[in-house]
Design a protein around this ligand. Structure first.
Ligand SMILES: Nc1ncnc2c1ncn2[C@@H]1O[C@H](COP(=O)(O)OP(=O)(O)OP(=O)(O)O)[C@@H](O)[C@H]1O
Ligand SMILES: [Mg+2]
Length: 491
């Protein structure tokens, strides 16, 4: 298109300045300097006579007439199809462009013709060749190569089949090329010329690319999966560490709370102990003194003295019971290695308490879960806790009732829950908050120490577990009763 414009401009200049040889030569030289592919120029007058030609030029009137007569007058300029031309014994593809020199009333005043070396177009197209088998070339509408191709097709000698070219301006299809190779071929029609730019690439290379892409996709997929896995691993490790730290912190806090509770209960215990032991001891002392005085007087009947002495025995027994309970508590030191089967311990205990229940018209119902893990505690501690809870339940049902024993493992918390439920009197709301206090008892003087639940609760806490209680009395429910739940860890 640029060359066509050059020619139009020049023909206008010629019309304005006339056929001045010096001026024409200067212009042709300038044009050639700007675009070295101009091989030669020729100016003809109205009658077809040559009025100017560049050196080493040819003049074949038939050739120029054929261009003129072919009727191709794109943009007012005639372009003859690319043809072979011999310059210095070499055959090269050339393009002839002829422009009419028109006067002001659009009449032909003369003719300007130029020969352009077409190899430059081929070289330009070859620059667009891509990868190993991609090639770009120019063909005319019959499929004749106008530029030499990358793989040896010669301009104006070889040709390709144009059957796949549709009426559309551009297209893409698979075909067999001039070498007999399967290729993917794209075409694009050149504006204002009956030429097509063709671009081919071997199917084998395209398939190789696709396979390589597939392999790359697999590698990227695996890499992505690995990255995701590593990230997930790191994140989960971080989360686990955070949870562990939180767990340690909570345990520490719990430990501190227990320590505080221990100190508080120790205070309660010592003050209670002084009071609880003082009463039976003072009573025992009093009755011993009375009995002694009565013996001295030797008037008192033996029966009365015996009664006094049996009171002394009862009081001393109560004191020793208190001391035994406390000894029990202090003796139970936990060793980490010991584990105990809760079901076995409970069954053994009921073997002893069973006949007692029968005599008291208490029915015993056991629901023991099978295959539970052992708890982390020594058998004697567990036995002491269960004994306290079971004996409290039996004592709460003086007129008979139902004692229900249930065990179950909670895998999420890794604990075993043991329920000791009775249908007894129940615990009043006001008393419920005090039952774990040392020496709290509702039993008659001399019957209970009020240490059973205190000791059991302390022992359960020491093992990392707990004792919970739910109770209802006849005041607020038709069926009264109490459920103690002992929770102990298995790990
Ligand atoms: N299953 C229960 N039903 C109703 N009340 C209960 C039950 N268990 C405990 N209690 C109440 O809690 C109080 C405290 O119980 P704890 O075992 O500590 O002492 P105690 O049983 O009174 O004395 P000891 O255990 O020395 O015989 C009891 O006196 C009773 O009032
Ligand atoms: Mg008790």
């Amino acid at each position: 298109m640029e060359r066509v414009n050059d020619m139009n401009t020049l023909s206008n200049i010629i019309y304005i300045f006339g056929f001045d040889s010096t001026m024409l030569k200067t212009h042709f030289d300038n044009m050639k300097a700007q675009y070295s592919s101009y091989l030669s120029f020729l100016v003809l007058d109205k009658s077809g006579k040559s009025v100017f030609s560049t050196p080493n030029v040819f003049y074949d009137p038939a050739l120029f007439h054929s261009v003129d007569e072919s009727g191709n007058s794109w943009l007012g300029v005639c372009v003859k199809d690319v043809f072979m031309f011999t310059i210095r014994q070499a055959q090269i593809p050339v393009l002839m462009i002829c422009a009419p020199i028109l006067n002001g009333s659009e009449e032909r005043y003369g003719r300007l013709c130029a020969l352009v070396d077409f190899r430059l177009v081929g070289a330009m197209l070859r620059k667009s060749n891509i990868e190993v088998t991609g090639e770009v070339y120019l063909v005319d509408k019959k499929g004749m190569f106008l530029s030499a191709s990358r793989f040896g097709a010669k301009a104006l000698t070889d040709h390709i089949s144009m059957t796949a070219i549709a009426a559309r301006k551009q297209g893409l299809y698979e075909t067999t090329d001039y070498r007999g190779e399967r290729v993917l071929q794209a075409y694009h029609k050149v504006d204002a010329f009956p030429w097509y730019v063709m671009a081919d690439q071997d199917m084998a290379e395209i398939l190789n690319r696709i396979n390589a892409l597939e392999r790359e996709a697999v590698v990227y997929g695996v890499l992505t999966a690995m990255i995701v896995f590593v990230l997930a691993f790191c994140i989960s490790t971080i989360i686990v560490n955070i949870l562990k730290a939180k767990y340690r912190y909570e345990k520490e806090l719990e430990f501190q709370v227990i320590q505080k509770e221990k100190l508080a209960s120790l205070g309660l215990l010592t003050s209670g102990l002084a009071h609880e032991l003082n009463t039976p001891l003072a009573n025992a002392l009093l009755y011993t003194q009375i009995a002694k005085e009565e013996l001295d007087e030797s008037e008192t009947e033996t029966e009365i003295i015996q009664e006094r002495l049996s009171t002394v025995v009862d009081e001393v027994r109560q004191g020793s019971k208190i001391i035994r309970n406390l000894l029990d508590f202090s003796r139970h030191t936990q060793s980490d290695a010991q584990t105990t089967d809760v079901n076995k311990t409970l069954t053994k205990l009921m073997g002893i308490a069973g006949p007692h229940c029968t005599s008291k018209k208490i029915k015993v119902k056991k629901e023991l879960e099978k295959g539970m893990p052992d708890i982390k505690a020594d058998a004697s501690t567990l036995q002491a806790i269960l004994t306290n809870l079971v004996s409290n339940a039996i004592e709460a049902m003086p007129d008979g009732g139902m004692l229900r024993l249930k065990t179950r493992y909670v895998p999420v918390l890794k604990i075993i829950k043991t329920e000791i439920a009775d249908s007894g009197t129940g615990i009043h709301k006001d008393e419920l908050i005090k039952i774990f206090n040392p020496f709290f008892t509702t039993k008659k003087q001399g019957e209970g120490t009020g240490l059973g639940l205190f000791v059991s609760h302390q022992m359960a806490r020491k093992l990392g577990g707990d004792i919970k209680v739910i109770s209802s009395t006849r005041e607020n429910s038709i069926n009264s009763g109490t459920v103690f739940t002992l929770e102990l860890p298995t790990e």
